[in-house]
Ligand binder design. Structure first.
Ligand code: TLP
Length: 344
């Protein structure tokens, strides 16, 4: 039985061509700054983001956490959206590592307005924490891959700059936002003081993320990366996969978006499932399954019996993510599995 794995875009394995690029990579000791492939990737990403410098890191989580560290001091507060990755899936690391507390604000489908951000920033008062950083997430994972409107980013950035508060972007899937809107990575990044972006999601590389920002920010981030065990020596073998991913797989992302929308359209017709296919903006589909029609855990289990993998992301909500290894035929298999379950 064929497995159609829609749990995450992190499940992709390097293609034969990507493996070839990895095998051919020129390597050196990156802790000495001597890995030519890592240096090339970092220069390429500084250029792509329009930032002064960039640093290869082990994961999106590491990229976010060292960014929090590099921007803040212990005891400060970081404004985040309530459903964001940093607050939900990073093991409480902001408290553990940077020693900051998070101020969660409920966005509309993951999106905050400049007014909401402004209201969350603390006034000067001896009792209050100092707001040290604002973080946005684009695309927004738990909001079903929602794209941040560039105009709202611009307004938030304008506010943050007026208050001298740095603005960080968790851009794990900024690639998908850019592919869908046609707005370049550089255009998005101009509004931020730092950005972290993943190679190991829709782009299909096995490992790695990048953080980009000013030279001074990257100098600090570099030291935190070392402190957190992220000095990886001949990791150019991984950077080669990342370079391959940016050059060859970035242009393919819109296909992932089209495919998952196709799945959304088909299952939106089934009684008990609610999702608006037009609201699926990128490669993440989150749909609601009414408990009286079908328990979400049971649906996940029954799909799994048919080789279709998804997971429950919130009560009564299931997530499906398309990626490089998902073809049109795989989407047809997933649709057929749903229809069969609904027939019985
Ligand atoms: N997200 C993973 C899980 O952790 C939930 C997934 O399957 O979607 N920012 C965002 C917006 C993310 O979605 C993720 C990973 C990360 C950061 C962290 O990246 P990694 O897994 O490389 O630490």
């Amino acid at each position: 039985m064929k497995t159609v794995d829609l749990r995450s875009d992190t499940v992709t394995r390097p293609s034969p061509e990507m493996r070839e690029a990895m095998m051919a990579a020129e390597l050196g000791d990156d802790v000495f700054g001597e890995d030519p492939t890592i240096n090339r990737l970092q220069e390429m990403m500084a250029e792509l983001t329009g930032m002064e410098a960039a640093l290869f890191v082990t994961s999106g989580t590491q990229g976010n956490q060292i960014s929090l560290n590099a921007h803040t001091h212990p005891g400060e507060e970081v404004v985040v959206e309530r459903e964001c990755h940093i607050i939900n899936y990073e093991c409480g690391a902001p408290g553990m590592l940077a020693g900051v507390q998070l101020y969660p604000v409920e966005g509309k489908n993951g999106i905050l307005t400049a007014e909401q951000v402004a209201a969350a920033v603390r006034p000067e008062d001896v009792h209050l924490p100092h707001t040290g950083l604002i973080c946005l997430e684009n695309t927004h994972n738990r909001a079903g891959g929602a794209i941040y409107p560039i105009e709202e980013i611009r307004r938030i950035s304008q506010f943050a700059r007026s208050k001298n508060i740095p603005l960080h972007l968790d851009g794990a899937r900024l690639w998908n936002a850019s592919a869908e809107t046609g707005i370049s990575i550089k255009e998005y990044c101009q509004y931020f003081d730092s950005v972290s972006m993943c190679f190991s999601k829709g782009l299909g590389a096995p490992v790695g993320s990048i953080v980009a920002g000013s030279r001074e920010f990257i100098r600090k981030a570099h030291q935190y990366r070392k402190a957190y065990g992220g000095g990886m020596r001949q990791a150019g073998i991984l950077a080669a996969a990342a370079i391959y991913a940016v050059e060859h797989n970035f242009p393919l992302l819109k296909e992932d978006h089209r495919r998952i929308r196709g799945l959304a359209r088909a299952i939106s017709e089934l009684p008990g499932i609610s999702v608006n296919p037009d609201s699926v903006e990128t490669n993440i589909l989150i749909f609601h399954v009414a408990a009286e029609r079908m328990d979400a855990d049971e649906l996940v289990a029954r799909l799994q019996e048919k080789g279709v993998l998804m997971f429950k992301i919130k009560p009564e909500h299931i997530r499906a993510v398309s990626h490089l290894e998902i073809s049109d035929n795989d989407i047809d298999i997933a649709i057929a599995a749903f229809r069969e379950i609904w027939r019985n």
